[in-house]
Design a protein around this ligand. Sequence first.
Ligand code: HAM
Length: 419
Amino acid sequence: MSSLQAPRGTFDVLPADAARRAVLETHARRILGAAGYGRIETPTYEATELFARGVGEATDIVQKEMYSFDDGGGRSMTLRPEGTAPVCRAYIEHGMHKQPQPVKLWYLSSFFRAEAPQKGRYRQFWQVGAEAIGAAGPETDAELIILMADLYRAAGVRDLHLRLSSLGTAETRREYREELAAYLHAHEDGLSPEVISRIDLNPMRAFDADDRRTQETMRSAPILLDRLAPEDAEHFERVKALLDEAGLTYQLDPALVRGLDYYARTLWEFTSGALGAQSAVGGGGRYDGLIEQLGGPPTPASGWAAGVERMLLAAGEQPVPTDVVDLFVAIAARDSPQAQDAGFKLANEARRAGLSAQLELAGRGLKGQLKHADRLGARYVAIIGDPMQISLKDMEAGDQTEIAPEAVIPTILRGSRVA
Ligand code: HAM
């Protein structure tokens, strides 16, 4: 084997896997298209500053996980680690605030994060994402969450759980962080050293700690959800009521933390019990301040992204439709240039007529060609010996008839058996 391999944390998508991905893409297009989302594709890399300002200087993504490079002209560029900041950049750049709001966009793209690779965690991975920009209401959040659940259902994701929270406004969060940090400092003897070291950096992390004593201490910690401003609490109540009405079950998780700084108000994450440690199949939230932060007009927005590889892993084995082969063109007289030409022509004409057709290209003997046609599941095999006489074999019925070359395609198009 060559010593050249795909870079660590990346993978090749081979045809069988590509077929599963194509099915997933069809579901995404159908579900999001039916709700009025238009496809968007942004560049694979952007100015580093976009992510630093958009995702947040203090996040793990920006601090440790970005693939950044000099574009040759002294400007720092970064392979996109996520899609929300680029979509907002495009919204601003193309003046989309002048269009009827909300502007609803979806994407299926690959993203890059320099993380330690493990099952379900890669350095290049794909996401299906949806962003609704320019709508402030709780209906938008609830609709987005329901669309996400619809995608998981269509994809066959098993053992799905939804965790839901609200972060309130930046001001509520600032006050809450201070209150939580004060609580943690006052209870340091009930916390692990690691949690203590992070109190002033990110007190919310204490809710995630594995340490038993810390978990015990956190049971009486102040909860952000109890401190929401009245209008934020009302927004959240309405989101919950709409999800209840849609029959979607969720678990309130006041300690839900996501690794991106742009969120405000509604926040959610879907996990699958069919996955291991990397159980998040997707997440999202409202990000009302982001567009303004990137230099656009104040614009409310909400959205989500679902990990393609994790959805496929969480779905397990799924039946994938195989490609139909209508016609296999076998060459019996392999030494005859006329037979070769006739076969080549027949395969091309069959494709132009809308059939799927494959030509023998590997120089197999006739027996090997028929075996190969069978392996491909070909409906018909045209066997070319004398170029003026073609034997058309109906693989299902097993019968074989001599017909004129021009009769081959019409016969297959009629789908009729060889008479
Ligand atoms: P995120 O939670 O960072 O959110 O990523 C969304 C999903 O992408 C994760 O739940 C996971 O399924 C998948 N994912 C993330 N990192 C990896 C990785 N290294 N390998 C495999 N899969 C991964 C966002 O990216 C936000 N932009 C979502 C959003 C859109 N919020 C608002 N709009």
